[in-house]
Write a protein that binds this ligand. Structure first.
Ligand code: DUC
Ligand code: ZN
Ligand code: ZN
Ligand code: ZN
Length: 487
């Protein structure tokens, strides 16, 4: 197989940066050569098949998005990106591995849900992929299946304290599943919102005629997130199960996580770009001609966007610096406005929940570096290295070192990325500026002071010169081990 030398760049890892060249042989990194340490006069490019000039650029491990929902059935429709379109968009944005959620729906066998997800992903993906397992129906049969998942390369599973009647598990079910997780060492992932209480508020708001997208965030108040986060932490404490709370958006939930971590518990939190940049006020919707106040549906997701005034955003960046929150995933769950989000016209509770960001996570977090929110090394850590350690693929993924997969991004700090659907001076759309299968962008108008220059997935260049040059089926299923992040 071909050899590639990435030369002239600054290699950035979670622990530091170095002027170094990276030698790739086939699918793997074989050497990281500090410039200056190589014998004078040695021509590293001699005999190498491809040379990538990374002068003035960062060379980082490919992004790992540990929370995506390709084709997720939700609210009578399904997420609009499938594994082909969603992983291609991820590659465009410098993400080289996704961990998607296989779903066991109510009344279904866990094994059948997992087989469906393998069937949807196999041969379709642009980049490597792995699975978590959603347990949507905790019963003796699914608990037995849960015990066997590590042998399938699946070392984490998710439950929902929200969405009664759909994915929901009650406390008794959660307790039983956590007992299995404590036994096997699997990571419990929790959607922590008090679903039954939220449903009461939803009903009351609708009865008062409050049906706009904005009320989605009103019903899903921060108290619902804090309470559920605390309950999940206590059940994990009791059982000894490691706990990872997904899509944390409320500062009060972060404080619950921080207290549990201070207490020595294996408790972790993930946030998403939308909670770092967007807010409940977006759900009011700009008064677009097409949608009016329903425009706010573009930003309906769960947990919801939080009020800017309450200071959640600020606290979320802070917690990324202090490691009260360990990593950033997207919860990529895109729905088009036409034919999907519009199912909720006149009733916010019928709007499919989700935002599409799989293409933008690396850029949006890099903007955090530019803005002085996080360091360059922390950027790599929260987008790649920690996700790899958290979910048992570190060494193969998440690091630039000999023996690791050559999942590498050359990132140009002098480049620029315009997100969304820019319009020309007459207000006409200038064309598609993202590659996700969506008819809008929640990130319209965002400008990033950086650009994904080149992307290698297991040694193969898949993005270069602002072109996608990979192929469907390049991506393979990755078997994961147990978390490498536990105390
Ligand atoms: N949250 C979302 O926004 N979409 C899908 C499921 C979820 O928990
Ligand atoms: Zn969730
Ligand atoms: Zn705090
Ligand atoms: Zn999710």
């Amino acid at each position: 197989m071909a050899t590639t030398l990435i030369t002239g760049g600054t290699v950035v890892t979670s622990t530091g940066r170095a002027d170094a060249d990276v030698l790739v042989d086939g699918e793997r990194i074989v050497a990281v050569l500090q410039r200056g340490s190589v014998l004078l006069g040695t021509d590293l490019t001699a005999g190498v098949d491809n040379v990538i000039d990374a002068t003035g650029k960062y060379v980082i491990p490919g992004g790992i998005d540990a929370h995506t929902h390709m084709s997720l059935p939700f609210g009578g429709t399904a997420a609009s990106d499938n594994f082909e379109t969603g992983t291609r968009a991820a590659a465009w944005g410098g993400t080289t591995t996704i961990i998607d959620f296989a779903v066991q729906s109510h009344g279904q066998k866990v094994q059948d849900g997992l087989a469906t997800w393998h069937g949807m992903a196999a041969g379709q993906c642009a980049i490597d992929y792995a699975f978590h397992q959603i347990i949507g129906d905790v019963n003796p049969d699914s608990l037995a299946a849960l015990r066997g998942l590590p042998d399938e390369g699946i070392s984490s599973y998710k439950m929902f304290m929200a969405y009664p009647g759909v994915f929901y598990s009650d406390d008794a079910q959660i307790l039983r599943a956590m007992q299995v997780a404590a036994d096997t060492g699997m990571m419990t992932m929790m959607h922590a919102e008090n679903g039954p209480a939220i449903d009461v508020l939803v009903e009351q708001l609708l009865a008062q005629g409050k049906s706009d997208p904005y009320y989605h965030g009103v019903a899903r108040a921060w108290q619902m997130e804090e309470e559920a986060t605390h309950r999940a932490i206590m059940l994990a404490n009791l059982t000894g199960a490691p706990l990872y709370v997904v899509h944390v958006s409320a500062k009060q939930a972060v404080e619950q996580l921080a207290a549990a971590r201070d207490n020595g518990q294996n408790v972790f939190g993930e946030t998403c770009p939308q909670y770092l940049y967007l807010s409940l006020e977006d759900n009011l919707g700009a008064s677009s001609e097409e949608w009016g106040s329903f425009e706010g549906a573009k930003w309906v997701c769960s947990t919801p966007l939080r009020s800017k005034e309450e200071g959640h955003q600020h606290h979320m960046w802070q917690s990324l610096r202090t490691n009260d929150i360990q990593m950033v995933s997207t919860d990529h769950c895109p729905f088009c406005m036409k034919g999907q989000k519009d199912l909720g016209l006149g009733n916010f509770s019928k709007i499919p929940n989700g935002i599409g960001s799989v293409e933008h996570r690396m850029d949006l977090l890099y903007q955090g570096v530019v803005d002085g929110q996080i360091s360059l090394e922390r950027w790599v850590e929260i987008t790649s290295t920690t996700p790899a350690r958290m979910f048992g693929i570190y060494g193969k993924k998440g690091v630039i070192q000999p023996g690791a997969d050559a999942d590498i991004v050359v990132y140009d700090p002098n480049g620029h990325t315009s997100i969304g659907y820019p319009v020309d001076k007459d207000g006409n759309p200038t064309g598609r500026s993202h590659h996700m299968n969506m008819d809008h962008s929640a990130w319209e108008g965002y400008e990033i002071d950086g650009h994904v220059d080149t992307v290698l997935s297991r040694g193969k260049v898949v993005v270069t010169d602002r072109q996608y040059v990979g192929a469907k089926g390049d991506g393979q299923f990755v078997r994961r081990g147990l978390s490498q992040y536990l105390i």
